[in-house]
Design a protein around this ligand. Structure first.
Ligand SMILES: Nc1nc2c(ncn2[C@@H]2O[C@H](COP(=O)(O)OP(=O)(O)OP(=O)(O)O)[C@@H](O)[C@H]2O)c(=O)[nH]1
Length: 252
């Protein structure tokens, strides 16, 4: 699978960093106050922000060729920003958390941003097995990134759990005149592999919330095993919501 772009600079080197400081306390109680000393050495009590407790933690991985927009999609979802300008390629793997609310339940999404470059593939493979959901991106302005999707799905079959939730995303949908992959081609490929499909834009925010909320809903319904909720189907949900043309309310 060829890397599709050359890059100027490297993003900060990141390593798999499962920091316990970002986890809620085991007993769910709020964190205690910390003591800060000011310039006169008088102790000043500073309340720490309460640690948010969650009903469910899901590991979501972003996959796809280098340059398709994985980091931008994550940043758009988590911070509501678009990283334009020079493309800085991810090195290795990194993760960010975001808590969303699904039907009164707090779902923590641990979103792993992987390097798309081939030389990091062996590093990222090691993380597939733990993932509950995989967002597989191609760039609608880059045919090679689309053609490589079959190879990515092969790797997913090899390294991920059989029941992992997979969503195929055609990113950069805002690039009208540069588009070389038609939406119908993405839909057809998704149907062939029986995975959910959406076109997204990290630049405009198109379908970004919807993507992550659909994943959170699917994983929550699987976890709950509740007869009504277990009827939830991520593909139907995505289809319905995209036809409505708007994102459902998502409380973050
Ligand atoms: N127009 C447009 N540009 C985008 C979009 N998403 C990302 N880009 C641009 O595409 C380039 C690559 O984006 P990244 O998010 O760094 O790509 P990546 O998939 O994380 O790349 P690697 O870290 O190398 O795997 C950047 O210059 C972004 O500004 C989008 O939705 N629309």
């Amino acid at each position: 699978m060829a890397d599709v772009q050359q890059h100027q600079v490297r993003r900060v080197v990141t390593r798999p960093s499962w920091s316990t400081q970002q986890q809620p306390q085991a007993n769910g109680s709020p964190a205690v106050s910390a003591v800060r000393r000011d310039s006169t050495s008088t102790p000043v009590r500073q309340p720490l922000r309460p640690v948010e407790t969650c009903d469910l933690t899901c590991k979501v991985m972003l996959l796809g060729d280098s340059g398709v927009g994985k980091t931008c999609l994550l940043v758009r979802f988590r911070d509501g920003l678009f990283l334009s300008g020079n493309f800085i390629s991810t090195v290795g793997i990194d993760f960010r958390n975001k808590v969303v609310t699904v039907d009164q339940s707090k779902v923590k999404l641990q979103i792993w941003d992987t390097a798309g470059q081939e030389r990091f593939r062996s590093v990222t493979h090691a993380y597939y097995r733990d993932a509950h959901a995989l967002l597989l991106l191609y760039d609608v302005t880059n045919k090679t990134s689309f053609d490589n999707i079959r190879a990515w799905l092969g790797e997913i079959r090899e390294y991920a759990q059989d029941d992992v939730v997979i969503m195929l995303l055609g990113n950069k949908a805002d690039c009208g005149s540069e588009r070389v992959v038609r939406k119908e081609d993405g839909e057809r490929l998704a149907r062939e592999y029986n995975v959910a499909f959406m076109e997204t834009s990290a630049k405009t925010g198109l379908n970004v919330e919807l993507t992550f909320m659909a994943v959170a809903r699917e994983l929550k319904s699987r976890k709950s095993g509740n007869s009504d909720e277990s009827k939830f189907n991520v593909q139907d949900y995505v289809r319905e919501q995209s036809q409505r043309g708007s994102c459902p309310p998502c409380n973050t």
